[in-house]
Design a protein around this ligand. Structure first.
Ligand SMILES: Cc1cc2nc3c(=O)[nH]c(=O)nc-3n(C[C@H](O)[C@H](O)[C@H](O)COP(=O)(O)O)c2cc1C
Length: 368
């Protein structure tokens, strides 16, 4: 494949864009970026009056491609590339290390133009004992040189690479990508070349079973549904648009995407998808995490609540929030008689008929 010389392209300042994203996501009174619903409300646990388990026995631990982690929680891919982003990344990485959970970072695309900001993404020194995940866009896997990408993966000492699929977000950018052809083939080549597992993720509109099956065939090692119900990246981008007509078009996508719980159920029940599935997009509390894991998720990912916690109180506030989620998860495990995560995934939940009916209608579309 020919590799374009990106330095010859217009020097759009990715760092400035990332800083603006951060501002829009953090200032919740100024910008409404959460739309839609996850459908976790339609999922319930079967409470046990006689759980016959002691809290001392509850074990929330699991593993991330062979590395033990203390609970099935992921700090989702977020930022880097601006000074605010670097500061946030550091706090997130420190919290990940303290809590024993994996941590993602924002897209490293900027390193192909500005290698001098590599420091922003060197999170391993703050999180030496937990998995750190690099990030790149699906379209960039088609355009960037894979040997250089592999070099960055090695330099950053990460344990996995997340490839984000974000066509909705791109369409909402005045200068965003418009050509999404050839991405699966590029991901397949990258998965082959990558020294670490590749995780395919959306950014808030979701990955369904038909696309997931193509990603499985492409050789990815896990799928992160990143569905609807949380941060809506078309809404985030709308605040950056200068043109009122463009804003009006994007505004009509406020409830676009597939709810996270619906996608999670559809992937976890699909016999052809044998890979671990991450639930993210709209997880906002510990009960969402417990329900996601109960439905079959390998990990539950959080972005917006944690970046807002960084803003409110740095790594300490992030740790407090994650520990709150852990307490809720442990209480749910006790009240459902689950000693381990495997137990929690053994028929501890039930879903409302409306959820099943919606799921079965949705699955009729997944034939491509
Ligand atoms: C400030 C911020 C920056 C983000 N940057 C990236 C990114 O660079 N790459 C990526 O894959 N996802 C990025 N995301 C998307 C999240 O990983 C996540 O998929 C999405 O926000 C939905 O999760 P949430 O509802 O918990 O926020 C970002 C999210 C936030 C809040």
């Amino acid at each position: 494949m020919s590799t374009p010389d990106l330095s010859a392209q217009p020097p759009e300042d990715l760092g400035v864009r990332k800083a603006k994203h951060l501002e829009i996501c953090i200032q919740k009174d100024a910008y409404a970026v959460e739309t839609g619903t996850t459908l976790f409300d339609h999922i319930h646990f079967a409470h046990r009056a006689i759980p016959e388990v002691s809290m001392d026995e509850i074990d929330t631990s699991t593993s991330f491609f062979g590395t033990p982690i203390s609970m099935p929680l992921l700090i989702s891919s977020m930022t880097g590339g601006s000074s605010g982003g670097y500061a946030a990344n550091k706090e997130l990485a420190k919290a990940a290390q303290a809590c024993g959970v994996p941590v993602g970072m924002g897209s490293i695309r900027i390193l192909f133009r500005k290698p001098e900001v590599a420091d922003h993404f060197m999170l391993k020194r703050f999180a030496p004992d937990v998995p750190v995940i690099a990030n790149i866009g699906g379209v960039q896997t088609r355009e960037l040189n894979h040997s250089t990408l592999v070099e960055w993966i090695k330099k950053l000492e990460v344990q996995a690479l997340a490839v984000h699929l974000n066509p909705g977000q791109e369409l909402a950018q005045a200068d965003g990508d418009r050509d999404f052809s050839g991405v699966v083939a590029a991901i397949a080549r990258l998965a082959e070349a990558s020294p670490v597992p590749v995780i395919a993720k959306e950014t808030g509109f979701g990955i369904g079973p038909a696309d997931a099956r193509r990603l499985v065939d492409a050789g990815v090692s896990a799928i992160n549904v990143a569905g609807r119900g949380g941060t809506n990246w078309m809404a985030v981008e709308r605040y950056r648009l200068g043109d009122a007509e463009q804003q009006a078009v994007v505004k009509e996508f406020d409830t676009w995407g597939l709810p996270t719980a619906l996608l999670l159920a559809s992937l976890c029940r699909d016999e052809r998808i044998t890979l671990p599935v991450v639930a993210s997009g709209g997880l906002r509390n510990g009960m969402d995490l417990a329900k996601a894991v109960g439905l079959g998720a390998w990990l539950g990912g959080y972005a917006l609540p944690l970046i807002r916690a960084v803003d409110a109180g740095g790594s300490e506030a992030v740790i407090t929030l994650i520990e709150r989620f852990r307490s809720v998860l442990k209480n749910v495990m006790l009240l459902t008689g689950s000693r381990t995560i495997d137990d929690l995934q053994s028929d501890r939940i039930f879903t409302e008929p409306v959820f099943e009916a919606t799921l079965s209608e949705y699955l009729k579309t997944q034939t491509y």
